[in-house]
Design a protein around this ligand. Sequence first.
Ligand SMILES: CC(=O)[C@@H](O)[C@H](O)COP(=O)(O)O
Length: 254
Amino acid sequence: MLQIGPYSFQSRLLLGTGKFPDAQTQNQAIEISESEILTFAVRKLPLDNPDMPNFLESIDLENFHLLPNTAGAKTAEEAVRIARLAYQSGLCHMIKVEVIGDDRTLLPDPIETLRACEQLLEDGMIVLPYTSDDVVLARRLQELGVHAIMPAGSPIGSGMGLLNPLHLSFIIEQATVPVIIDAGIGSPADATLAMELGADGVLLNTAVSGAQDPVKMALAMKYAVMSGRLGYEAGRIPKRPYATASSPESGVPV
Ligand SMILES: CC(=O)[C@@H](O)[C@H](O)COP(=O)(O)O
């Protein structure tokens, strides 16, 4: 069970909704993934412009928890304004805080992220910040009271997988809230590795929406996350530099 604030989830796979080729493919991928949490950019919703397309229309909202994100924000003030817009429209209690500090890498601005989280926690929201793999920042966010920490595996949309598994494992080791690896997952193997490290969940978008067959990839990701989690819970064997014989040494003489 994945526990975020007051909410419990069976699925540990969180799905982004931004880049699918069409609504039908998106909905099939969401369904087959069995994800319970969907993230989307608030600024892509027609909250004050009814002429804009609304992807939420084609989804049965009863079946999901929505995790709007503050994509597009570059300051704490912008992120807080976007988050409040989503909160006040009754869409959600959870918010993914995303404050981008660098346009080329889309890596988060740590100081603005911290400031935004502080404000949104005061507002009473369930706050999930997107962060870099900085161990100290993760701890500071946790001390602030965020409900989960979401470090990037690698830059958003890069598909480069986990660039620094060591730092991610340090974050996981010290975490008292769920750690969800968010961004950069390229293949099912990356998702499995994240879960084997002990992550509580994986949030991804591009690896599924950009796959040649998004629906099949969504299924693969579902199994990858489950498999990684089972492997983590089962406890892998330690790595050793030398061989250990698989057959017993006693028995029939050779
Ligand atoms: C949808 C969303 O929130 C993404 O910005 C998220 O960070 C996932 O990144 P990938 O697209 O690299 O999986």
